[in-house]
Design a protein around this ligand. Structure first.
Ligand code: AMP
Ligand code: MG
Length: 514
């Protein structure tokens, strides 16, 4: 493992080293040290991620100190990144890493990776906030980023979860009930934490010099095959970001993940799922569902709108890169292509979920009928798709009774939809002619996870962890490493959301407070 230092040595860094909230101009980052802590403790670590970064031989004690920012690797100066962003559709100006600090950039084997500690203390970008994170949101980020990785969805990784040993005050529902909570730090890892907003901030300030430096840097280190800086290269870069984003969004739709805060500061330039805040997993298939209580009114970040928002966000990125490209038509063409390719990929993905991989079966209407039925009959998304592996074409009635059990409707309410389901399954049966059953089942099992981090599962692990019991955290961490495998002892997690979780805070509704 080798320490490298490209972000701060190749890009302009804030000359002011005062750790006070301020506007940071003509810079991509500010040097800042994590907050000193007297009693940090490690709760969990990912051996795989530690291996990736070449730190698997650290002792438990050293890892505790490293993953809370108390030891800094020799030759490295920690820093927070400067970025801006559009939040809920409005330009919000400078945001930046208000509580995340990059503590290492390493090259290990073939990988170049950055290690970032989220919740490690205030930075010049903290604005009026404290720079900390609470245990509940840190557990959610820790479990979900690894779960996403093992689902095959591009994501930042989680290396470690630690307690700061200090408490943090949060008003979870923003209703005047502040409470003390345990402070925590997630060590997270990615090839880069550069976001759409990292580019937007410089263009908004008409600082095209820094914009160009950052873009050239990003291409040089993360899009190496695109070649030397030129207008054509910048266009290719933008198109590559569109392609990576498309793949990520299709994957989110495939597994039923709702990000919840798709602001442009939360979209990674590498198409990684990043910043796990008030995210959630679809239970009853509801395209209008948003887990984020701040988003309840307009539902901008609802499941069924994630593609449109990604397009909107990419349009903001196109605006940000425009000064380097100065070709509206070329950028618009790429954005149009984004929509066309997304629709194709989405259809293919949905057919794959049904165990059909033949392109000739491409049919919007068939998929659309399915989506409507799933929605109207309040079907559990994960159970429905995974259970298609049990469907036998000559046993339709048996499958219908399974559907009834996987729906959140009562038996009587479900009856209305039974004939429509029957019809849909008859059409499905016709489409399966010529498809080998074992191949269909294999495809279904590879595409539709058996286990996802249902909202209530994370909440149960959080409640235990707040009482110093980490058994469930460990159990879920292990479970979600093999989301497509049958795990006979874990069938209790392959069930519908329990009734108590329907309206519970932390389960179906999540605030941004973290
Ligand atoms: P998010 O919506 O969590 O991605 O955060 C939006 C912005 O607020 C980012 O610039 C964060 O760094 C910042 N932020 C969120 N929580 C805190 C906090 N507790 N202290 C400082 N900055 C924060
Ligand atoms: Mg963020």
């Amino acid at each position: 493992m080798k320490i490298i230092n490209t972000f701060t040595s190749e890009l302009p860094v804030d000359k002011n080293t005062d750790n006070r909230p301020r506007q940071v101009v003509e810079s991509c980052s500010s040097f800042v040290f994590p907050k000193p802590l007297s009693h940090p403790s490690l709760i969990h670590k990912s051996n795989e991620v530690l291996e990736l970064v070449g730190l698997s031989s650290l002792s438990q004690e050293d890892l505790t100190y490293f993953s809370t920012g108390q030891i800094i690797l020799k030759g490295f100066k920690p820093y927070a990144m400067c970025y801006g962003g559009h939040q809920f559709g409005n330009w919000a100006g400078q945001l930046g890493d208000g509580r995340a600090i990059n503590v290492a950039e390493i090259k290990h084997l073939e990988n170049t990776l950055t290690i970032q500690l989220k919740g490690a203390g205030a930075t010049p970008y903290s604005r009026t906030a404290d720079g900390f994170a609470v245990l509940r949101s840190s557990i959610r980020e820790y479990l979900c980023s690894e779960a996403m990785h093992y689902l095959g969805v591009p994501s930042t990784r989680a290396m470690s979860l630690a307690l700061t040993g200090e408490s943090v005050v949060r008003d979870v529902l923003y209703n005047g009930n502040p409470k003390k909570e345990k402070g925590a730090i997630v060590g997270r890892v990615a090839a880069s934490f550069i976001r759409f907003g990292s580019f937007e901030i410089h263009t908004a300030r008409q600082d095209f010099d820094t914009l160009k430096k950052l873009t050239d840097y990003t291409i040089k280190h993360h899009f190496k095959n695109l070649g030397n800086p030129s207008k054509a290269t910048y266009l290719n870069f933008f198109e590559s970001v569109c392609n990576l984003t498309r793949k990520m969004i299709v994957d989110w739709q495939r597994v039923g993940f709702v990000h919840g805060v798709m602001n442009t500061d939360n979209l990674s330039i590498l198409g990684l799922t990043i910043d796990y805040g008030p995210y959630g997993w679809l239970e009853n298939y509801d395209p209008n569902w948003t887990p984020n209580t701040t988003d309840i009114q307009h539902k901008r970040y609802r499941f069924g709108n994630q593609f449109k928002v990604s397009l909107w966000n990419l349009t903001q990125l196109a605006n940000a890169l425009y000064p380097l490209i100065e070709d509206v038509e070329a950028l618009t063409t790429i954005l149009k292509k984004y929509s066309i390719l997304y629709n194709q990929d989405y259809q293919t993905m949905m057919l794959t979920k049904l165990g059909i991989k033949n392109e000739k079966d491409m049919d919007n209407l068939f998929i659309h009928k399915l989506e409507n039925l799933l929605e109207n009959s309040e079907m559990d998304m994960t159970l429905f798709f995974r259970n298609l592996n049990k469907f036998e074409t000559n046993q339709l009635e048996i499958h219908l009774s399974l559907l009834e059990k996987n729906s959140y409707l009562t038996r009587n309410e479900f009856k209305v939809f039974a004939p429509k389901w029957k019809q849909w399954f008859e059409e499905y049966t016709t489409r399966l002619e010529g498809v080998k059953n074992n191949e269909r089942i294999e495809l279904i099992n590879q595409t539709n996870p058996k286990y996802v981090l249902r909202n209530y599962m994370a909440q149960l692990a959080i409640e235990d962890a707040e009482n110093n019991n980490y058994d469930l955290l460990n159990e879920l961490y292990k479970l979600l490493k093999k989301p497509y495998d049958e795990q006979p002892n874990m069938e209790k997690w392959f069930v519908k959301r329990p009734d108590w979780a329907k309206e519970k805070i932390g389960c179906s509704m999540l605030s941004c407070s973290s």
